[in-house]
Design a protein around this ligand. Structure first.
Ligand code: C2E
Ligand code: CA
Ligand code: CA
Length: 406
């Protein structure tokens, strides 16, 4: 056997792996053909099959370190790509918990079936104790994820998922310019579940696409109803709706968004799409095209939690962006941490130079609002002005609202 980088080369006739030997890697056959042989309890040699290019062999070693269950011999000169148990474990750790559980269960059953077929007879104990322990921990997380995903899917169809709306205030004149729609799940038994818990699950399971469609429709219709209770104003109120990466993967995203907006009779200029830097980094070309189309249709694009991503600033030129939302962690620390203050200042300068609107998130005290206003921030959102609230509460709030006095 010869080794080049992660490849191993076996000559025709060479044994690649031997039944009973310890194993900690699997192989993908890049070139060549192999045969799989097995010696049963009575010592009879049996041919189990042959495998060619692109097949995986020795795969069971990557779930445990139990001995090889068969012997594999090269029938031709073979080029094999090695997948170590460590590499496989790392990939599994990065996969979502349900995929992890399914992979583990399928591989375990597969091994189990072979065990029952008496390939191993009584010689080896299965499963090894460490594997049982590992499965338990992994599965607990998967069970929780599945439970949340299933319950969230049902809740979406019921009244248990709602949108709350948080006013966004002009730091120039203290008036309300728009709202951010934030999802709320009021579970009949568990009470309010934080979006920080259910949004990631919805994203992992793909349910977020349905949830976002629902949220956009609901937010547009609510905006229409809210507009009816506020006095006529020079500039129309807007609604900012959050979207995730998965929403951008769907081919009909722009069409769906456009149709929903048209059906609800708000104008596209009243709708702002909030996305994080992550969306832009993960699929830059797709995001660019999608955002351009949305912008062309009249909508605005806001970058949420700006400053917390790991992107370089150069990408700002690449995408059509209207608004930067400064993450609340910087706003919160501004008065006690000069680095946060410098960062907020830099974002505001950047926004101004690039003709973007700036919004400060999580403004809780007057001093923060004054400071932000002084530094040239355009808009602000936070408990100082109003918490996110239901449509009913918002309408009551708006009936008594007077512009914030600086
Ligand atoms: P986000 O988009 O950054 O939303 C702002 C969060 O800050 C909201 O938390 C809001 O309630 C909270 N907040 C607003 N003002 C203040 C303040 O003055 N102080 C403090 N401490 N917090 C303030 P919420 O509603 O719990 O949402 C958490 C995150 O969940 C959101 O962060 C967003 O990333 C996600 N999320 C919520 N609704 C949706 C949705 O409909 N779709 C998607 N994709 N994500 C959503
Ligand atoms: Ca947001
Ligand atoms: Ca945010």
């Amino acid at each position: 056997m010869e080794r080049t980088d992660s490849r191993k080369i076996f000559k025709a006739g060479e044994v690649i792996l031997k039944q009973g030997d310890p194993g900690d890697c699997a192989y993908i056959i890049e070139e060549g053909k192999v045969e799989i042989r097995f010696t049963d309890a009575e010592g009879r040699d049996r041919l189990l099959g042959t495998r060619g290019a692109n097949a995986m062999i020795g795969e069971m070693a990557i779930i445990d370190n139990a001995p090889r269950t068969a012997t594999i011999v090269a029938l031709e000169d073979c080029k094999l790509l090695e997948i170590s148990k460590r590499d496989f474990s790392r990939r599994l750790e990065n996969a979502d918990s349900v995929l992890r559980m399914a992979t583990q269960v399928i591989l375990t059953r597969y091994r189990d079936t072979l065990t029952r077929a008496e390939i191993w007879g009584e010689r080896y104990q299965w499963p090894p104790a460490e594997m049982v322990e590992l499965s338990y921990v992994e599965n607990a997380e998967a069970v929780q994820t599945i439970t949340i995903a299933n319950e969230f899917r049902d809740a979406l169809l019921s009244k248990y998922v709602q949108l709350y709306y948080q006013p966004i205030i002009s730091l120039t004149d203290g008036t309300i310019v728009g709202f951010e729609a934030l999802m709320r799940w009021n579970h009949p038994k568990k009470g309010f579940i934080s979006p920080a818990i259910f949004i990631p699950v919805a994203e992992e399971s793909g349910l977020i696409i349905e949830a976002s469609k629902w949220a956009l429709r609901e937010a547009c219709m609510a905006l229409k109803r809210i507009e009816e209770v506020v006095k006529p104003r020079k500039k129309r109120l807007y609604m900012s709706v959050n979207f995730s990466s998965a929403d951008f993967s769907s081919d009909d995203f722009v069409n769906n968004v456009y149709n929903t907006i048209s059906e609800s009779d708000v104008v596209p200029e009243q709708i702002h799409l909030e996305i994080t830097e992550r969306v832009l980094i993960q699929q830059p070309d797709r995001a660019k095209d999608t955002l351009r189309m949305c912008r062309k249709a009249g909508m605005s694009i806001a970058i949420d939690d700006f400053g917390t991503g790991y992107s370089s600033l150069s990408y700002l030129h690449y995408f059509p962006i209207d608004t930067l939302k400064i993450d609340q962690t910087f706003v919160r620390d501004m008065h006690k941490n000069e680095h946060s203050l410098a960062l907020v200042n830099s974002i505001l300068t950047l926004g101004k130079n690039m003709h973007m609107t700036t919004v400060a998130e999580g403004v809780e005290v007057k001093e923060e609002a004054y400071k932000l206003r002084e530094m040239g921030c355009d808009l602000a959102q936070g408990y100082l002005f109003a918490k996110p609230m239901s449509e009913e509460d918002l309408k009551a709030f708006l009936a008594h609202w007077t512009p914030f006095k600086f």
